[in-house]
Write a protein that binds this ligand. Structure first.
Ligand code: NCD
Ligand code: ZN
Length: 345
């Protein structure tokens, strides 16, 4: 049976939630990933160093005793973020990034940023101390078509930001467009982009043709096939600016399968199977380690993991349960709709 052994990966964009949902989903990540950059969009959001410290404790308390996992905490940037509190949390080694959500862009982003001018002092401080900024890269202007929101964000927010603060370390998260790939490839400065397994596997036809598939709905929404192919080319390119952030974002089936369903795909359990599938399809399995385990730590100033993980290619399709029970309702696992053959051993 063909096998692939790589350094153990990290997940540079993960939603762990809280309470019973946290307890249910955390082992699904800890089983395969050593570290993850934990998103702060709880309700209420993780805004202060004290809140990040308390959330980190709850995550570690939820971790099964026989598992190892290091949560890398983030703060949720608001227009009233205290730069001193933020800088102290970074100096303590508690937080590894600050997350900017444009207000209203996605799940639990109501406290996000409306006016970039108001966070300018915080961003200048981040640039000075080397604290990375993570971006949900979509404008929320109602007039801008939802399929254009990433492209317009790049033109109207990201490019001016990188021009004005060239020292700032920036991650354009969950890139979904060829425009995003081109910008990150060509920009000068400390910029990187994360790519999700589901955006490598889906385009908007999968989401909408032959019936609407709520479990494929996430933000930024999947785009045309030509954009999906640009993401694939970037992921397999060995350009260290592109690396894995799963954006695994669990919601209960009741919240997804609704007349106004939540955005988010729960990919953590299947992420490595999906990635190996895509990289194999492009004859690029030798490049999976860079994407999943080396380029992310380099961007965030950490060393890659020493431990390894082995995947094997089965002759018969690998099966996963349809749902994960969480105590607050079932959560459907991401299923690309075709067989997967690689699994972690
Ligand atoms: C995320 C969530 O559910 O928290 N949803 C999503 O569709 N990706 C939020 C986010 O990262 O946009
Ligand atoms: Zn996310």
């Amino acid at each position: 049976m063909p096998t692939l052994t790589i350094r153990r990966p990290d997940d540079w964009h993960l939603h762990l939630r809280d309470g019973r949902m946290l307890c249910a989903v955390l082992p699904e990540t800890a089983r395969h990933f050593v570290r993850a950059l934990v998103m702060p969009n709880l309700v209420p959001p993780v805004v202060t160093g004290a809140q990040a410290r308390a959330y980190r404790r709850r995550i570690l308390a939820a971790l099964p005793k026989d598992m190892m996992f290091e949560p890398l905490m983030t703060l949720y940037l608001t227009e009233t973020t205290d730069p001193d509190d933020m800088a102290a949390a970074f100096a303590d080694g508690l937080i590894h990034a600050v997350k900017l959500y444009p207000a209203g862009a996605t799940t639990n982003s109501a406290s996000g940023v409306r006016d970039m001018a108001r966070i300018r002092p915080v961003l200048e401080r981040m640039a000075r101390i080397g604290l990375p900024l993570c971006l949900h890269g979509e404008v929320t202007t109602p007039e801008v078509d939802i399929f254009d929101r990433e492209r317009v964000f790049i033109d109207t927010v990201l490019a001016p930001l990188c021009r004005d603060l060239p020292e700032l370390k920036v991650t354009l998260e969950h890139i979904t467009t060829a425009d995003g790939i081109a910008y990150v490839t060509e920009a000068t400065g400390h910029i990187a982009g994360t790519i999700t397994p589901h955006h490598l596997m889906l385009n908007r036809t999968h989401l909408l043709a032959g019936g609407i598939r709520p479990h494929y709905y996430c933000l930024p929404v999947a785009k045309r096939a030509e954009h999906q192919m640009a993401l694939r080319r970037a992921a397999i390119s060995s350009n260290p600016r592109f690396f894995l952030g799963t954006d695994s974002a669990p919601h209960t089936d009741a919240a997804k399968e609704s007349s106004c369903g939540c955005a988010g795909c729960f990919t953590a359990p299947v992420a490595l199977s999906c990635l190996a599938h895509v990289f194999e399809a492009h004859g690029a399995l030798d490049r999976l380690e860079g994407f999943a385990a080396r380029f992310g730590p380099a961007h965030y100033g950490l060393t890659p993991n020493l431990a390894t993980i082995t995947l094997e290619r089965r002759d018969a399709p690998v099966t996963y349960p349809d749902t994960l029970e969480t105590g607050v309702g079932p959560v459907t696992l991401f299923n690309p709709g075709h067989p997967l053959y690689w699994r972690v051993v």
